[in-house]
Design a protein around this ligand. Structure first.
Ligand code: RIB
Length: 290
């Protein structure tokens, strides 16, 4: 069973601020760093660092060669990472004194995927393989539908959440990994229990993992519920914690681990990830979880 992650690759420009800037306000940053990132890249690295094989598919500009090198260094198969004329995607990130972040994206190459390229990638994979998607590239609807028709398992992390996700035929998704805000926007329900009940009603085929911030995470499928708490740490930078969670969860699922173990490893890995600055560079290796 192969995993292909068709996702974004970004250059993250991180600005450290006391407090996240408010509308109309101008603030000085206390430091500035450039990091590799992108929800797609982060999740592929997390799968690889958790010890599973993954193919990454996506687009970079000339300025993004170092992103591909980073993925390759950790053993991610990058035969479907292609260079285009457009500049690499960028993320402008503020991280406050508590480690919380907010992000502005500039899609760049991430939004230049063609259907021909999507088909070329999917042609390499077969029924039973897994397609992992986030929402930082164009053509997610097409990818989801084509992959489902081919019998691939579609895993969706609907982040960042917007109308491009709600415009998709989400009945094609086999597995949702999402946070409460994303769950609210998909279901229109407020409370986490109601979100999960509504997900089950609308998408009875799908498994769901809902992350609940400090309350941990819950797995839900056909009436079954499994809860996982968090590992409390001092947060330095929360950027990429969700990506680490998703990558670790998936990596352990394909290893055939029981869902309790998958959730526990994902919780540990994402806790470690927030103790370091940056997204991709903060993703721990499996050995560090011990
Ligand atoms: O999830 C974190 C990621 O979101 C960052 O690396 C940034 O690139 C944005 O895509």
């Amino acid at each position: 069973m192969k995993i292909v992650n068709f996702g974004s690759l970004n250059i993250d420009y991180t600005f450290h601020v006391e407090e996240i800037v408010r509308p109309g306000q101008t603030v000085d940053s206390t430091g500035e760093q450039r990091f590799p990132g992108g929800k797609g890249l982060n999740q592929s690295l997390a799968v690889a660092r958790a010890g599973s094989e993954v193919y990454h598919a996506g687009l970079i500009g000339e300025d993004g060669a170092f992103l591909k090198e980073l993925l390759e260094k950790d053993g991610v198969d990058c035969r479907f990472v292609r260079q285009v004329e457009e500049g690499t995607g960028k993320a402008f990130i503020q991280v406050d004194a508590c480690g919380q972040n907010c992000i502005v994206l500039s899609g760049g190459a991430n939004r230049k995927n063609t259907r021909a390229f999507c088909d070329q990638v999917l042609d390499f994979f077969a029924a039973g393989d897994i397609l992992l998607l986030q929402n930082e590239i164009n053509e997610i609807r097409y990818l989801m539908e084509r992959a489902d028709e081919k019998g691939l398992t579609v895993v969706l992390n609907p982040s960042p959440m917007n109308e491009e996700v709600t415009a998709c035929d989400l009945s094609r998704v086999d597995f949702f990994i999402m946070n409460e805000d994303e769950g609210r926007m998909i279901t229109g329900r407020e409370d986490s229990k109601e979100i999960l009940a509504e997900m089950e009603r609308r998408f009875p085929q799908a498994k769901v993992v809902l992350t609940l911030g400090e309350k941990g995470s819950v797995y839900a499928h056909r009436g079954e519920r499994l809860h996982q708490g968090i590992y409390p740490v001092e947060a330095v930078d929360t950027t990429g914690a969700g990506d680490t969670f998703t990558g670790y969860l998936l990596a352990h699922m394909v290893k055939g681990d029981p869902m309790e173990i998958c959730l526990e490893r994902a919780a540990k890995a994402s806790a470690l990830a927030v103790t370091k600055a940056g997204a991709a560079l903060a993703i721990p290796y499996a050995s560090q979880l011990l």
